[in-house]
Write a new protein. Structure first.
Length: 163
């Protein structure tokens, strides 16, 4: 899942988040977001304010505001700069996509609306950027995506991608 934290620093009582034994985030006084869905191959910790340390195995990295620490299996922690407004869009009831492929877009819709996704054609090479409202009905999201050229249909609880 995904969670947002605001933690005051207390050196005598460090706050740590253990993510199923795969990674540990030690808080050094901060605001941060953790994205760790079971169906993803990565755990992403995004720092908005303050400082955190992300560690896994023998690898550890401190993050500064705007950094995202990425943990993938036994690999060393990777750090990249991200658009924190986009990462936190979920807190503002929005989906945010930045050059996302159809599979990432559909994964988000599948999680949120509780539907399965079926791909009938694998030729889609389009990438998508922008915000979509999370409070919208799935039928409204489908209409918006059709306007961008994606061929979609909903068959009961299955979202069919025909591109």
């Amino acid at each position: 899942g995904e969670a947002y934290f605001e933690v005051a620093h207390d050196a005598a009582k460090p706050f740590k988040v253990d993510i199923e034994g795969k990674a540990t985030v030690t808080v050094l006084g901060t605001h941060f977001n953790i994205n760790a869905y079971a169906d993803d191959n990565a755990i992403r910790t995004t720092l908005l304010e303050g400082k955190v340390q992300v560690e896994t195995g023998s690898s550890q990295r401190q993050l500064l505001p705007g950094d995202q620490g990425i943990v993938r299996g036994a690999e060393p922690v990777q750090v990249r700069q991200v658009n924190t407004e986009g990462v936190m869009a979920w807190m503002n009831q929005q989906f945010y996509f930045d050059n996302a492929d159809i599979h990432l877009l559909m994964k988000e819709l599948s999680r949120w609306y509780g539907v399965q996704v079926e791909y009938r054609n694998q030729k889609t090479l389009n990438h998508f950027s922008g915000y979509l409202p999370r409070q919208a009905r799935l039928s409204e999201i489908i209409k918006i995506l059709k306007l961008s050229g994606i061929q979609l249909e909903l068959d009961e609880k299955t979202l069919i991608v025909n591109d």
